[in-house]
Design a binder for this molecule. Structure first.
Ligand SMILES: *Cc1c(COP(=O)(O)O)cnc(C)c1O
Length: 816
């Protein structure tokens, strides 16, 4: 192992640096500084170290001459950096010490950090885990994203309803970990027209934008675990170009000139809060292009600075598109190569199609991006020409493969015909990329079978699988220090970088002493969560109860309302059946709903009202508690996940591409209750049938059931289901106001129950009953929990990244 920071750490110099920042950067004194000022000054002092390491990594000639991966994503849900970076730098103990001497508690200071919530959910969190694993394994990389001024909204509840407030994650003082790179700024155009001109007898075309803005990069350090390699996460911020409009200024029209500033600031003002749902808004497309164009130019700058030829781009750079959001990077690279670098179409296309790879994240039709041709035409007239030409040549291939088959052409065309012609971004990606991957084995199969069967025939081998993963540094070592220590005591401390080693823990699954220690850690983590809930929500929880957890974005396909029906069934049985016996249970939710997603917000409201009643109903006693924790985000997940006994992964089969929350909880010793969907299938393969609760229809059964599905058949046939649903009609949970919770009821019955909640209800209840019984066998449960931790090493994002490296990117690590 390379020498780490640990060996070189100079405590006194670090303390001096903290004190310097307190005064020079935050204009306060040791005597007067608030906790926040201490956290900021400490962050700046640490960032000094990582910035130097980042610049050294950037200048390393071996890295400059190696192949790198450029991870393009509109979202990076990185969570707090300070604690995690301390672990990667190997400095946690030393900094704890150093700050103690200054009279500060490190754990308190870490709580001062606001989460950078630059993502909606799983997709953005995946990008963050992948950056961590790329740096940890020293694969040359740059992450490219957007520097939103406002991240995902903050959530609170008012009388049970979700309320959104803006999240100014940088605060007024700025985020201590980031560093501006003004020398790397880019100019980005929009609108305008295409000019045709003659160049040495040849007709050439060029785009003359109607307006331009500046892309200012901010670098966040991604610190490789136990190495001095630091790669950048480069986030582009939109700024007006100064002087923004000389003409307006000269005319004395100062305010009109200011307008340009305001408009430009808008492009990266706020993250769009929709998860798995596309809304074709102009500003969103502008964000996408702004991100793609700035990133592609930065990649070409790096490539050309070293002196490499354009033809060799694919040998040195690969560009991974995280979903279709950065698809416009493909025509943008074509435009630069042809219009600016004077390459022929065929040369440019050969480069592009060896450079881009695309990750598909969903099969949900409402999430597959299409953009109106007229909007693209207006914003990016030259790109639209290039898309037509790509499509023209592609359709020739289709005709050659399936002569005379017009239906095939229509289905595969990048342009969807109709009254409003639309550009299908996923089709453009599959045509323009050398590899396309789904995110779990089942999902990738369905991409081949249902979404792109013809593409699979046309381009054999292009469609692949890379099962998602999570970084064990954040999602075990950092968030669960108790369990981490216990593991290290048994198998040594290499597991955070080699998660497969956890398998050795399975030899202790039957060891009574280890079982007792493992469950003692779980209990302590549950108590830590209970304390949080008591402090922040004033609800009393018993750490001996089953902690049954569903935390993820609120979406019908994720079926929080199936969980709700189960709670209602337990409540119904508790108050009507004196013989009903259940282990005490706490059902924990955390979820944000997109602000425009009405039913999702109604489900949150219903759960909050149900919680209010159930938690205070003397007939229930302490058997059942329901807690909806506000403002789900990475730092909240870090408290909840180590405390979970049961992990709810109950999406309708075929709808959840992979899931990663499922992996985080299994790694922390929770048992999954889940459908045969996404990565649940692979978790079951790893942990075995005895250590997971699988229920419900599988993908094929879902398809068959849909043919003649009538939710009333289930409602009328199952008295427990009927009683549970009917509770939503009265005023049980909204005293004096019957019917206030009927939105969910209506969607599940008259609304046709599009996600087959009622079809899976009975099987779900049965799985919970089995689980409840087995929980009471303390030793049996401990064994299952231990085996979950021991057997999910596969789901390290280190493994996912190695899959990408070996099967798609084909690049080498560079050890520093
Ligand atoms: C892991 C994670 C997700 C993804 O959870 P799923 O259950 O896979 O949907 C979403 N949000 C946050 C904050 C996460 O940490």
């Amino acid at each position: 192992m390379k020498p780490t920071q640990q060996n070189q750490f100079d405590k006194t110099a670090f303390q001096t640096s903290v004190k310097k920042h307190l005064g020079a950067t935050y204009a306060t004194t040791i005597e007067k500084a608030s906790s926040r000022a201490w956290y900021l000054a400490m962050g700046r002092a640490l960032a000094e170290i990582t910035t130097f390491d980042m610049l050294e990594t950037e200048q390393d000639t071996r890295i400059r001459n190696a192949k790198s991966v450029n991870y393009l994503s509109l979202e990076f849900l990185i969570g707090r950096l300070t604690g995690n970076n301390l672990i990667s730098m190997g400095l946690y103990e030393q900094i704890n010490d150093a700050m103690n001497e200054l009279g500060q508690s490190l754990t308190d200071l870490l709580e001062e950090e606001r989460d950078p919530s630059l993502g909606n959910g799983g997709l953005g969190r995946l990008a963050a885990c992948y950056m961590d694993s790329l740096a940890a394994q020293e694969y040359p990389t740059v992450g490219y994203g957007l520097h939103y001024e406002y991240g995902l909204f903050k959530q609170s509840f008012e009388k049970g309803h979700q309320k959104e407030t803006p999240d100014a994650w940088c605060g007024v003082e700025g985020y201590p970990w980031e560093v501006a790179r003004p020398e790397l700024a880019q100019q980005i155009g929009f609108y305008g027209h295409v000019e045709v001109y003659q160049d040495e007898g040849r007709e050439r075309r060029r785009w003359v934008p109607g307006m331009s803005v500046k892309a200012m990069p901010w670098d966040l350090p991604i610190v490789g675990y136990q190495s001095e390699t630091v790669y950048p996460l480069r986030l582009w911020e939109c700024r007006a170009i100064a002087p923004f409009s000389l003409e307006s200024f000269n005319n004395g029209n100062y305010f009109e000139a200011q307008h340009a500033l305001i408009d430009a600031g808008n492009i990266t003002k706020v993250l769009y809060p929709n998860d798995n749902h596309e809304k074709g808004k102009t500003l969103r497309l502008m964000q996408q292009y702004f991100h793609s164009a700035a990133s592609v130019r930065d990649i070409l700058r790096r490539h050309e600075e070293v002196g490499h030829s354009l033809e060799s781009l694919p040998e040195y750079e690969t560009i991974q598109l995280n979903d279709t959001h950065p698809t416009i990077a493909i025509p943008e690279l074509m435009r630069i190569l042809i219009d600016e670098k004077d390459l022929e179409w065929a040369e440019a296309w050969a480069i592009c199609t060896k450079t881009f790879a695309y990750t598909n994240h969903t099969l949900l039709p409402e999430a597959l991006e299409t953009w109106s041709e007229s909007l693209i035409q207006r914003l990016f007239p030259r790109h639209m020409e290039i898309i037509y030409q790509i499509n023209h040549l592609f359709l020739q291939e289709v005709r050659a493969k399936w002569p005379g088959d017009v239906a095939k052409q229509q289905k595969l065309s990048i342009i969807q015909e109709g009254f409003h012609r639309m550009v299908r971004m996923a089709n453009l990606c599959v045509v323009g990329a050398y590899a396309v991957n789904g995110v779990a084995a089942l999902h990738s199969q369905l991409v081949k079978r249902d979404l792109f069967p013809e593409f699979n025939e046309l381009y054999p081998g292009r469609l692949q699988n890379v099962t998602n993963g999570i970084t064990p540094r954040r999602w075990l070592k950092f968030c669960n220090p108790g369990l981490s220590q216990l593991i290290t005591d048994k198998i040594g401390d290499e597991w955070p970088a080699k998660l497969d080693q956890l398998e050795a823990i399975s030899q202790y699954a039957n060891d009574a002493e280890f079982q007792q220690q493992f469950m003692a850690v779980k209990k302590a983590n549950k108590q830590r969560l209970a304390d949080w809930v008591k402090t922040n929500m004033d609800i009393e929880l018993d750490a001996n109860a089953i902690f049954d957890v569903q935390i993820k974005r609120l979406h019908e396909y994720k079926r929080q309302h199936l969980n709700m029906l189960h709670i209602l069934s337990l409540y119904h049985r508790l108050i009507t059946d004196p013989d009903f016996d259940m282990a005490p249970r706490v059902v924990i939710f955390a979820a944000k709903a997109a602000p425009g997603y009405h039913l999702a917000k109604q489900i949150i409201y219903a759960l909050n009202m149900i919680a209010e009643k159930v938690n205070n109903d003397p007939r229930v006693g302490n058997k059942l508690k329901v807690v909806f924790m506000p403002d789900y985000r990475v730092s909240l997940a870090e408290i909840i996940i180590p405390a979970a006994d049961v992990s709810e992964q109950i999406s309708t089969a075929g709808k959840e591409a992979s899931g990663t929350g499922n992996m985080k909880m299994a790694l922390n010793g929770a048992l999954t209750i889940g459908t045969m969907d996404g990565a649940n299938v692979e978790i079951r393969e790893e942990v075995g049938d005895d250590n997971i609760y699988i229920f419900g229809l599988d993908v094929d059964e879902v398809e068959q059931t849909r043919v003649a599905y009538n939710p009333y058949d289930y409602y009328n046939a199952d008295p427990l289901l009927k009683a549970s649903l009917d509770l939503l009609l009265g005023d049980e949970f909204t005293p004096g106001e019957p019917g206030k919770l009927r939105a969910t009821y209506d969607s599940l019955l008259d609304g046709g129950d599009p996600y087959l909640v009622l079809a899976d209800f009975a099987s779900y209840v049965q799985a919970h009953e089995d689980m409840d019984k087995q929980y009471r066998d303390v030793s049996g449960w401990a064994k299952k929990a231990i085996l979950n931790t021991a057997l999910v090493g596969k789901f390290s994002s280190d493994r996912s990244i190695r899959d990408y490296v070996n099967n798609i990117w084909k690049l080498e690590s560079v050890k520093r």
